[in-house]
Structure formats: C-alpha cells, structure tokens
Write a protein that binds this ligand. Structure first.
Ligand SMILES: Cc1cc2nc3c(=O)[nH]c(=O)nc-3n(C[C@H](O)[C@H](O)[C@H](O)COP(=O)(O)O)c2cc1C
Length: 166
C-alpha cells in the first residue's frame, strides 16, 4: 500500500469518521465561576499520570465555556452513566443555561458535580498545551469518587450506546 506524502491533505470528514471507531466514554467537564455553573460534554479525557496524578482533556478553541473555566482552574470531570444520554445532549450545545432543572451540587473544589454521574474527578488546571484547533489541558487530581455501580455511557461512530454482555 502506497504511503501518503507527509504533507498530504487529510479530509476532516474522513478523519472524524475513522477516529469515531475509537469508542470512548463520555464526560461533562464543569467549573463554577462564582456566578454560574459552566460545563461542556467531552470525550477526550485521558488518565495521564499516576505520580503526580494527572488527567488530560482537549477543549476545542471554539468552546465558549472553556475560556471562563480555564480562568477558574478548578474543574470536575463527571463520567456519565448509561442512563445520562440526555445530560450529555444538554452539555453538547453552546449557550443557554445547561444546568436548568438538572440536579447538581458543588464538590470539594467548588466545581459542579452532576448528580447521577458514574464517577467524579476533581482537578486543578496545571498546564495547557497548544494542539491545532484544540488545546490539551493537563489537570492535577485533587479528589475523586466512583459514585455508582452502573454501566457507562459510550460514544462510538457518532452514536451513543452501552455495554452488552459477551
Ligand atoms: C460525545 C461528545 C464528545 C465531545 N467531546 C468534546 C471534546 O473532547 N472536546 C470539546 O471541546 N468538545 C467536545 N464535544 C463538543 C462540545 O460538547 C460542544 O461543542 C459544546 O457545544 C461546547 O459547549 P461550549 O461552547 O459551552 O463550550 C463533544 C460532544 C459530544 C456530544
């Protein structure tokens, strides 16, 4: 098979479609700026380092919430459960009050914890690296809890799903 030249154009739709075969969980990343809760749906979460305890995620440069969240520095990564597809949908849009009617409370670091989430990981922004049309946010974990013993919400090829027994 011929290799593409290093500078060959990669079609963004192809990139999205092929990378969509990498199944992930789904999170809602939240922060509180003192006036209002903020958050966005995010699948690019990675367990990065055990010592020190770092996690990373990649906010798009088009994110309207991330600039205010970055300034706060204290975030909560809410890992969504299989029954929280609607929660993901409300955080996958820009603008409006995404928390309206949603049960949540402030975690140890002040960031909103979404009730019913599978797990919560509270963290402080440590570094942020440039990465094309996204950035890579590296955060130091300060508190965490696996709150529910249920299946996760999964994202695969642009659709939602959950585990099935093999
Ligand atoms: C399953 C799923 C995963 C997503 N993952 C990311 C992600 O990793 N990074 C990101 O910036 N946006 C991601 N998004 C898109 C944002 O949630 C979406 O652009 C949202 O409107 C951003 O809100 P904001 O403008 O308030 O920041 C994802 C959306 C969905 C549905």
């Amino acid at each position: 098979m011929a290799r593409p030249a290093p500078d060959a154009e990669v079609d963004p739709r192809t990139l999205r479609a092929v990378l969509g075969n990498f199944c992930t969980g789904v999170t809602v990343i939240t922060a509180h700026d003192g006036r209002r809760p903020l958050g966005f749906a995010c699948q690019s979460v990675t367990s990065l380092s055990l010592d020190p305890p770092y996690v990373s995620f990649c906010p798009a440069k088009t994110s309207t919430s991330w600039p205010a969240m970055r300034a706060v520095e204290s975030v909560c990564i809410n890992v969504l459960a299989a029954d929280q597809k609607e929660v993901c949908g409300r955080f996958a849009v820009s603008g409006g009050d995404k928390f309206e009617g949603l049960p949540w409370f402030r975690g140890d670091n002040g960031a909103p914890v979404v009730s019913g989430a599978l797990a919560r990981i509270e963290a402080e922004l440590a570094f942020e690296h440039e990465a094309g049309d996204h950035t890579i946010a590296v955060c130091r974990v300060t508190a965490l809890e696996a709150a529910r013993d249920v299946d996760p919400l999964l994202f695969f090829r642009g659709g939602y799903g959950s585990f099935a027994d093999m």
